[in-house]
Design a protein around this ligand. Structure first.
Ligand code: PXL
Length: 274
């Protein structure tokens, strides 16, 4: 079987176990070639560190695209994560000029959690991120991102099944084909995702782990992307990704605060696809 080639577009946070430094090893472990395009390089992520450097590579993106077009470099899939406003137009352009026929677009609108936008994003950023979501084959928001994308006030908990399904139909109305909404819970003991193809909504739940962990959205989206490229359905990919997230949280050292020790799940993940 010919190996699929995926391009992930998200920052490099040099320290912090998030975005590209999570996507590259996990997607590789799924047996999928992972090319990267970092639109910015940070010393570390913005979620809990006191400060960080931020080198914006927006001017590089068009040059990289021109070089890939010149050489006929194309991708079977695109997976975008944490990006800023100036990156969105160049990413949309690359996704159209460097796509193999039938290329899949996976969009994790990584911009918010726990009811709030991440530090550094302006209040109108969700409307910019919505432009990336428009052509998504798979859109992977958490509950806060979903609410902000459709222009509603995020609730921290207490969504009913009816409210979840209403939120999902509004995400489809943005132009996303399949929606995987994470952080869904109807029972305090269980946490999971709602998976919708626009016709039906299915659910995947795991036992809730009472621990605040950074970077789990990136672990989830990376494994989901790898699993989709290996031919899994959206519900199967969700279940595999959620299991790896739970395993990674449980495998994380007690005093490790800025990410999860997902590295310990790599042998298991590689085994799923061997
Ligand atoms: O995990 C999402 C993420 C990615 N990249 C950067 C971040 C965050 C979350 O805070 O700060 C730079």
């Amino acid at each position: 079987m010919i190996m699929k080639r995926l391009l992930t577009v998200q920052d490099i946070s040099c320290v912090g176990q998030c975005s590209t430094t999570v996507a590259l090893p996990l997607i590789s472990a799924c047996g999928v070639e992972c090319a990267i395009l970092p639109p910015a390089i940070l010393s570390n992520h913005t979620g809990g560190f006191k400060s960080w450097t931020f080198a914006d590579l927006t001017p590089e993106l068009g040059k990289v695209e021109a070089k890939w077009v010149e050489q006929g470099i194309k991708f079977d899939a695109f997976y975008s994560g944490y990006v800023c406003e100036t990156h969105i137009a160049p990413i949309l352009s690359i996704m159209s000029s460097c796509a193999n026929p039938g290329a899949v677009r996976i969009v994790d609108p990584a911009m918010a959690d726990n009811g709030r936008l991440y530090t550094g994003f302006a209040g109108d950023f969700p409307s910019k991120m919505a432009q990336l979501c428009r052509g998504a084959d798979y859109l992977l928001p958490n509950l806060t991102e979903a609410a902000l994308l459709v222009g509603t006030e995020p609730k921290l908990s207490g969504y009913t099944e009816k409210e979840i399904e209403e939120l999902i139909s509004r995400l489809h109305a943005l132009g996303a084909k399949n929606v995987v909404l994470t952080g869904v819970s109807f029972d305090p003991a269980r946490l999971g995702s709602a998976v919708s193809d626009g016709n039906k909504v299915e659910y995947d739940f795991n036992e809730r782990i009472e621990r605040m962990s950074h970077g789990t959205g990136d672990v989830f989206a990376s494994v989901f992307a790898g699993a989709i490229m290996r031919g899994k359905s959206a519900l199967e990919a969700t279940a595999i990704a959620a299991d790896i997230v739970c395993e990674a949280i449980r495998a994380t050292d007690a005093d490790h605060w800025y990410g999860v020790n997902f590295e310990r799940t790599i042998p298991h993940l590689a085994g799923v696809f061997s």
